[in-house]
Every structure is written in C-alpha cells, then in structure tokens.
Design a protein around this ligand. Structure first.
Ligand code: UD1
Length: 422
C-alpha cells in the first residue's frame, strides 16, 4: 500500500488547476443508461472512483472509452445486456446505487447490490428506494440485493417529498423521472451544484426539467432521450481543499477554474479566519501573508451551507488557529476520524458527539498517521505541510479515489511531497 511523505514547508505560491467534480461525474456517468445514443463527458477527473464507475457500467453492457488522457469519457449504452450491478463492484463505491434509477427507468427492471457499510456512518439508501417506490417501483430486498421492477413496465411520475435532504436520493430520483410517464415533483430536493450539473446534462439529452438548484425540481417525463456532450462542473471540494494550502502554510495560490458560487459558505469562513479570497479572470486567488488565522466556528449543512466534505480539511487549518473553534457535523455521524490522527501531530481536539472543539496550537509536529477516508486523508496532508518535520500518511488509496495527481499539483506550488510505493 502506498504512503505519502510530506515535509513541513514555508509559504506555498503558484497556480493549481482544479479538475472536474468527482461527485458530479459519478452521477453523470449513469445518465448514459437512459439513452441508446452516445453520451460524452468532457473535463472528467482522473480518479479511481471514475474507473470503478466505468467498470460497473461496462459490466452492464455499456461501452465506456477513456480519451484524451482520461479527461473525456465517451459512453454508449446501446446494448444493455445485464441488469445486475454486482456486489463485488458496488461494495467498492456507494455511488454505484445511482445505476438503479436509470436502469429501472429505461427497461423497467434492475437488480443492484446494497452498498453496505461505510467508514463515515451508516449511510442507508432508504430514501433512494422510497422515491423509486413512489414512482411505481416494486422492490424486493433479498440476498443483499435490491430487486426492482416497474409496475406495468414503466415508472410513473409522482410527488416525492424527501424527509431530509439527500444528494444521492435526489440524483437517483431525478435520473429515473426523466423517462417516467407523467410529471414528477421532487420536494425538499438537494440543491448541490452537482445536481444542477446533472439537470443541465439531462436537459442536453432532451429531458424536461425545471427548478434544479432550488428545493423543488419538476420533471416532465419523455419517451426517449438523445445523446449529448457535456462538460463536468468544477470540483468544489478539490477547489476548497487547495484553497486551504495558502491558508494553512501562508503564501498565495490561484485555483484555476474556481468559482465563488461553488464555495460561498466556505469562503465566508475563510475570510472570517483572516484569509483573503479574490475572484480573478481564471479562478480564485487565496492569500495569507502574516500571522496565524483566527479561530472560527463551522457547521456542516446541505448546500449552500458549509460542505461536510470540507470539514476535515477545515479542521486541519483550525488546529493552527489563534483561539478555540467549534466544528459541528450535521450530515454524517462519526465523521471525525481524522481527529485522533491530528492529535498524533500535536493538535488539541476534543470530540463530543457531533461537535469537535479545536484549540489552536502554534505549530503541529510531523508524525506517522493513517488515512481513514478520502477527505480525512487530504486533511492529514494539509496538516503535514503546516507541521514541523516529516509526516507519513499511510493508506493513501483513499486519496486516489478523489484527488487526481495530488503530488504533481502540490509540488507545482512548492510543496515537499512524495509518494512511497511499497
Ligand atoms: C454525497 C456525496 C458525498 C457527500 C454527501 C453530502 C457523492 C458520490 N457523494 O453522498 O461526498 O459527503 O453527498 O454532501 O456525491 N441518508 C439516509 N438515507 C438515504 C440517503 C442518505 O439516511 O437513503 C443520510 C446519510 O446517511 C447522511 C445524509 O442522509 O446522513 C446525507 O446523505 P446524502 O446527501 O445522501 O449523501 P450521499 O449522496 O451518499
């Protein structure tokens, strides 16, 4: 298993290109199942999660070609000859459940393995299933699989009110509703930029959708969808992560492709901490010149609130802030697994339920630490760059799920980072 070695440095300066969003790409790829014509995604990120979704779609009979060094995904689902998403692929990645809605909408039947447990909490898929049931799916859960059939062979439009906001359930329902008979209204829908991107792509394919980005999305089902070419939206989590580099190490980093509307709540907290963020013609420029950042309180919420996927990285920054910060995690239980690792680096953190109280220290110290999930792993790299001495982060396969060419990008702004291949 590979590890990453980082050495604490001085200020970081330069530019970092931000990739297309992993989470958008993972919901856009299953959209290929809705049409017999080709769907091409540009600005795709080069990540192991994308390779897993490729493998899943291919197992169903879709053709997926990775072009231009992985930045273009050319897909065609002309011949879907298998309607079972196997446990061996699904267990690697929860987002695999997103093939359920499209397969059911297209052919009226699908069998998809339940994703199973996950390091950041229970993460059930009940809301996905309830939405599809409301649209006329008959579901049978046996042998760890969801066996789904559309009553009468085709899903029907329905009013679906989610009891709380779920990104994945909104996506699955939106994908399915495009080919359902009649109108579907999704209430208390997620408003994340990845949902807006999905709706835009589906509209390019001929879907009739209104209201994405608000909490009510209305979909008028159509009989068929066409092919399309769609650019994947910028990854706001990779963006926020790299915006933290100059915040935590000092210096000035311009994130190419960055947009304020993608990271509004996060930027508010950064500015409160004393970090400057300026919109440029090519992206967002982040600067911290002198002294420690101020302590700030952070509460994770559905978009447009502060994203849970930036909580671990923000905690790394606040470990070095001047004062006491409280982070409240409202999306996932058990999402502070990075805290014990940061403690090994000299941080002062007290976790109590869904809250973590962080008392900033002048300097973190390098240590051997272990990545427990994707965002936790990058938070340890950020902490290592701000620490005195060397930090070795093990289990970096988590990192490769969501950050493309991380060493190359970080070295480009002057970071000392290398991969140790075992
Ligand atoms: C997506 C993102 C993930 C991000 C999360 C929240 C992808 C591939 N992943 O995950 O990176 O952290 O949004 O922004 O896009 N829940 C249920 N039942 C369900 C579905 C969800 O109880 O059927 C719960 C979850 O356990 C969690 C909360 O709802 O507590 C929100 O989860 P959700 O928004 O669905 O997250 P994902 O779509 O899994």
């Amino acid at each position: 298993m590979d590890s990453i070695l980082v050495k604490g440095n001085g200020p970081l300066n330069g530019v970092i290109p931000i990739a297309g969003a992993k989470n958008a790409c993972l919901t856009l790829m299953p959209a290929t199942l809705l049409s017999e014509e080709p769907l091409t995604l540009t600005n795709a990120p080069r990540l192991s999660d994308i390779a897993t979704m490729t493998q899943l779609l291919q197992s169903l009979g879709a053709e997926v070609a990775s072009l231009q060094d992985g930045q273009v995904l050319a897909m065609s689902s002309h011949d879907i000859n298998n309607h079972t998403a196997d446990y061996d692929i699904v267990r690697k990645m929860r987002a695999s459940i997103l093939v359920l809605g499209p397969m059911l909408a297209r052919d009226g039947h699908a069998i998809v393995s339940l994703p199973g447990g996950c390091a950041i909490g229970a993460r059930p898929v009940d809301l996905h299933l309830k939405a599809l049931e409301a649209m006329g799916a008959e579901l049978d859960l046996r042998d760890g699989y969801v066996h789904a059939k559309a009553t009468g062979g085709r899903l029907k439009g329905a009013v679906v009110e989610f009891p709380f906001v779920s990104v994945g359930a909104t996506e699955n329902a939106l994908l399915a509703a495009t080919l359902a008979k009649g109108t579907t209204v999704l209430k208390n829908a997620a408003r994340e930029p990845e949902i807006v991107d999905l709706a835009q792509c589906l509209r390019r394919m001929g879907a009739q959708i209104e209201g994405e980005g608000s909490n009510t999305i209305t979909i008028q089902g159509v009989d068929r969808l066409n092919g399309a070419t769609h650019p994947v939206v910028t990854d706001r989590i990779e963006l926020g992560t790299y915006m933290l580099l100059p915040a935590i190490c000092g210096g000035e980093v311009e994130c190419l492709g960055g947009r304020l509307d993608l990271v509004g709540a996060f930027v508010e907290r950064l500015e409160e901490a004393g970090v400057s963020v300026v919109e440029t013609a090519r992206g967002l420029k982040v600067t911290r010149k002198n002294g420690r950042v101020n302590a700030v309180n952070v509460t994770t919420e559905p978009f447009p609130g502060f994203p849970t996927d930036l909580q671990a990285q923000m905690m790394a920054l606040l470990c070095t802030a001047d004062g006491v910060s409280v982070l409240e995690e409202k999306i996932f239980e058990n999402r502070f697994m990075h805290a014990p690792e940061l403690l090994r680096m000299g941080a002062k953190i007290d976790v109590h339920g869904g809250h973590a109280t962080v008392t900033g220290v002048e300097r973190l110290r390098g240590a051997r630490v272990m990545a427990t999930d994707l965002r936790a792993s990058v938070s340890l790299i950020l902490a290592g760059l701000a620490a005195e001495g060397e930090t070795v982060v093990s289990r970096v396969y988590h990192l490769d799920r969501g950050y493309e060419r991380v060493e190359e990008k970080l070295r480009g702004v002057g970071a000392h980072i290398e991969r140790i291949t075992s």
